[in-house]
Each structure stands twice: as structure tokens, then as C-alpha cells.
Design a protein around this ligand. Structure first.
Ligand code: ZN
Length: 146
């Protein structure tokens, strides 16, 4: 299966059945993010564990299929993981989508997120894919200063 087909399959699957989608009233932080150029709007709900590592992570909101799929994959990858893992995942994803040269090798730890590489050809859509991650970054920073 080529990456385009895989992209469609993975994105559609997460879009139809978003993982970790729902409210979390007792979350430690709620971060709202929006992307007016597309109309994406999501809120990330995060509980932190010991050492400010990530605990439960949920999201709510409305966005295009790319935004919803990226958020869904992100929550699967980061929940109950050390914050350093989440930060390095974000760096890898950001590099994959925005580095001037298309990366020759993809970072294994990205897993399913690798299918998003096709998005780098469409700068407007990069924002859709990174919106949930911007919210995550903000959530980690908020907790940092608390
Ligand atoms: Zn979008």
C-alpha cells in the first residue's frame, strides 16, 4: 500500500472514530486552539501525573478530517507518557512537516503519524495537522509555570 492510500485509510479511520474524544471536567488544564483559515477548533483536556508527566488526555471540538485525525493520533501517542516523549514527538512531527528538505528517513517513533508527511506539500493544511500539537505545547507550558 502506498503512502497516499495509507494516508486516506488512517485519516478516515481516526476521523470516523476519534480516539480519546470527549469532555474531561476534572482535567488539570483545558487548552483551546483554533485555526481560522480552515475553521478548525479543538480543546485539549489534560491530566498530569507525577513529575508533570502526562496522564489522561482527551479532546473535544470540531475540525476538518486532518485536524481531527491528528488530534486523535496525538492523544493515543502521548497519554500516560513522560512529557519528554511528547515533546520529542512534537519536534519530529514539526520537522517532518516544515523542514525545507523533505526528510529522507522518517522517525520510527512517529508511527501512524508518518502518513501525514504528504501534508507538507500544502502549507495551509500543515496548520490543521499541527493545531492539536500547538495546544499540547501550550498545555505543557501552562503546567510548567504552575
Ligand atoms: Zn483544517
Amino acid at each position: 500500500m502506498d503512502l497516499d492510500e495509507l494516508y486516506k485509510e488512517v485519516v478516515l479511520d481516526h476521523c470516523r472514530r476519534p480516539r480519546n474524544f470527549g469532555e474531561m471536567p476534572d482535567a488539570d488544564v483545558h487548552v483551546h486552539g483554533d485555526n481560522p483559515s480552515c475553521g478548525d477548533e479543538i480543546t485539549l483536556h489534560v491530566k498530569f501525573g507525577a513529575n508533570r508527566d502526562l496522564g489522561e488526555v482527551m479532546f473535544t471540538g470540531n475540525g476538518c478530517s486532518l485536524c481531527m485525525a491528528s488530534a486523535s493520533m496525538m492523544t493515543q501517542k502521548i497519554k500516560n507518557k513522560p512529557r519528554a516523549n511528547a515533546e520529542s514527538l512534537w519536534t519530529s512531527l514539526h520537522d517532518m512537516l516544515t523542514a525545507r528538505e523533505e526528510p529522507k528517513e522518517l522517525d520510527d517513533k512517529l508511527g501512524d503519524l508518518q502518513v501525514l508527511i504528504g501534508v507538507r506539500k500544502f502549507p495551509m493544511r500543515v496548520k490543521c495537522a499541527t493545531l492539536p500539537w500547538q495546544a499540547l505545547k501550550q498545555a505543557l507550558e501552562e503546567k510548567n509555570s504552575a
